[in-house]
Design a protein around this ligand. Sequence first.
Ligand code: FES
Length: 149
Amino acid sequence: MASSYQELEEFVREEMRKIYTEATIDHAMNPRNMGGMENADGFGKVTGPCGDTMEIWLKIKNNTVVEATFLTDGCETSIAAGSMVTELAKGKSISEALKITHQDVLDAFGSLPEESIHCAFLAANTLREAIKDYFTFKNEPWKRAYRQH
Ligand code: FES
């Protein structure tokens, strides 16, 4: 017999299916790579025009993104987008990861409703900031001591 929690979750999924693709719902309800990271090689923090903020941490080895994590105080679509963009970045070379755009996030989901596209922008922009941060510290490692997080 289904518990009331399962029934509620199924109800929420049914409602979300009216708006979002299955991949978006999956990443929103079971986000990958959620959380901070100790001793990250790159960190980005961006606040989007909606007022929501995303943070992304990267671990880089041999010019490859070996770990990527995120946190956001935003909507469920921003959680899905942070989950997806970190999944897309993992295993990629730094130069490939730098090319990841909001369109890649949209393509990976299949689509997003028009009003949620900025959530994909927020995730892609935050990834780019984290990669820029990595390059800054690679070129000027002494700056790491002044990092605010
Ligand atoms: Fe702000 Fe989605 S509404 S990131």
